[in-house]
Design a protein around this ligand. Sequence first.
Ligand code: GDP
Length: 467
Amino acid sequence: GDIADEVARRVERAGSAVSGAFLEPTIRLGVTGLSRAGKTVFITSLVANLMNRARMGQLRAAAQGAIRAAYLQPQPDDTLPRFDYETHLAALTGPAPHWPDSTRAISELRLSLKVQPTGLVAGLRGPRTLHLDIVDYPGEWLLDLGLIEKDFAQWSRETLERLENRPQAEAFRAALAGADPAAKLDEPQAQALSAAFTGYLRAAREDGYSDCTPGRFLLPGDLAGSPVLTFAPLPPGEHGRGSLGREFARRYEAYKREVVKPFFRDHFARLDRQVVLVDALGAIHAGPQAVEDMRRAMGDILGAFRPGQNNFLSQIFLGRRIERILFAATKADHLHHSQHAKLTAIMEALLSDAKRRADYAGATTAAMSIAALRATTEDTVTHDGRELDVVRGVLLEDGRRAAFHPGHLPEDPAHLLTPARQGAPAWLDEDYAIMRFAPQPLSLKPGEGPPHIRLDRAAEFLIGDRL
Ligand code: GDP
């Protein structure tokens, strides 16, 4: 059966890893988040800052000088694309800094750390090597886990309900109105429906929504154009052989079997630690519906780390589990630090809400607000006779250098998380809309702080206990 197969696979895999694993401990760190959450920038900055530890004071082992060296090595998985660290770093740190290309699919990078224990045991032990295998993958793929226990009819019903009132779905609703699920499958029509549905998913994502299954529709990798990605939700009904409805249901099942399950089994189930990056500021700016959606997505994501409740997950995890999960709000450099505590409080509220709803008791979790690469500096200006905390940066769009105030975050996260009321205040409704900053040459002067915000704290939480 499935379990026996899985055990056999595990034994085989363990066998090939065993010699290395005993001598040289390894941490597999998953980095995920929906597209544009900041995965590529995070990994690039994390690796660069672990290699040059000048600005990592909150990573204890770095501050104590226990990390003697950090260097890239060939990764253990020969068939996974390598995370293109050098190209991304060159983009961020070259003479004309620009943001790197974002994550489109899974990739991996191995950073090896040579660690000399400090303190009492320092003299007794020589340096040892810890491999940090970083696995970058789209959060859209993670949300697909929710599909495994839903059949096509249920997924269709839920998806169609959600998009009923969304303007982003207008074209798809029109395409659907012209389709008859009972009619014989017509491939061009199937493609048109699927394209219209993908268009809706993309528009909804751009407007800040987080529900975007099937995740491969947005980030298809090498599956673009294949039948597993050529379907769309349909109204309920039983349909005969060869019909559009029957074929879409079949493709949906194939998507789960051929795409979703292998990803979870081959990659997700092997992670030890996980950081989930969240563009919380973007969702807050987008408004209450997007916040509600982000909250649901965080619950779904956390659910993926709780194998006990889910047959499929229990099978692939076989009793092992992810030890630590960090939920980090990214791009905190859009805010003056006087508002960072509020952002962190919002993340903490979202996380505890997700834990409560998922009845979650498993890995150690934490919530933070970070910026992997600071694109701003801080200032306080007088505006209408009031002191205003601002950030200064260069706009991506027109190169204008100026001071900005994004607007306010609520004092109490509950104001954000209680369902939208009539006349509820809008948050981050001042300059936030235009605040797309260009990365700055790394020349922050002394007193302006490190070129990141709390990246060292994130690293301490994720790997500090193993250094
Ligand atoms: P990915 O899709 O998750 O890989 O996202 P990226 O890492 O490519 O980041 C998407 C965009 O977010 C970047 O192009 C930047 O515009 C912005 N971004 C990411 N990290 C930061 C950060 O630390 N500070 C600022 N100001 N912007 C960031």
